[in-house]
Design a binder for this molecule. Sequence first.
Ligand code: AP5
Ligand code: ZN
Length: 201
Amino acid sequence: HRILLLGAPGAGKGTQSKLLADAYGIDHVTTGDALRANKDMETEYGTPRSFMEAGELVPDPVVNEIVKVALEEADGFVLDGYPRNLSQAEYLSEITDLDAVIFLDVSEEELVGRLAGRRMDPETGEIYHVEYDWPEDEAVQERLVQRADDEEDTVRERLRVYRENTEPVISHFRDRGDLVEVDGEAPPEEVFERLKAVIEG
Ligand code: AP5
Ligand code: ZN
């Protein structure tokens, strides 16, 4: 499978990609996680951190290279967090074909609540939520942190950047007739069933 999962910040791309990667034995290719793991890497544009903590996009050449290398190494993938603008979409079409392009549709009100309550385990990278998905293990609870870009002002900027740069990508795939839209406003297990139905449909 070569699956592209599109959606706004907080739509559940990371949560669902992980489930899909496990279910199908494919790679979870995520530019967000890759950049967070290399946030202090020096590039000719500065560090990824400087863009990410402001809620802005990291420059295309940096991100395109990450995706190119990851897709070359992958035997099947679910791609999460890329492409985020039309120029990245063009680049992606040059390096791979896709079997499924899925848009996880979630209302803005729900997105804001999910991002505000998200917590991350710095040791495992596991994602939780203060209301919807809280770990039972107290040692885990105590070490959870908030993602640096989940602070309120940064969330607002990420949603603005999404509307300006990434919504045109969604429209591009929709206009080509390639887009399958899935309602992402349901419990994670239910959304996962919907995604599997599309992929195996
Ligand atoms: P990235 O890491 O990709 O962030 P994002 O797109 O803003 O998406 P998120 O990770 O915030 O949300 P998600 O959809 O994965 O939701 P999640 O599953 O975690 O990018 C971060 C930054 O990196 C960018 O701002 C940019 O600077 C840079 N970057 C990355 N890619 C780039 C690119 N291609 N070009 C340029 N720059 C790039 O879920 C969210 C929360 O909701 C969690 O707490 C979860 O537990 C909960 N949740 C999930 N599903 C449900 C559900 N069904 N019901 C209730 N709660 C749920
Ligand atoms: Zn994510």
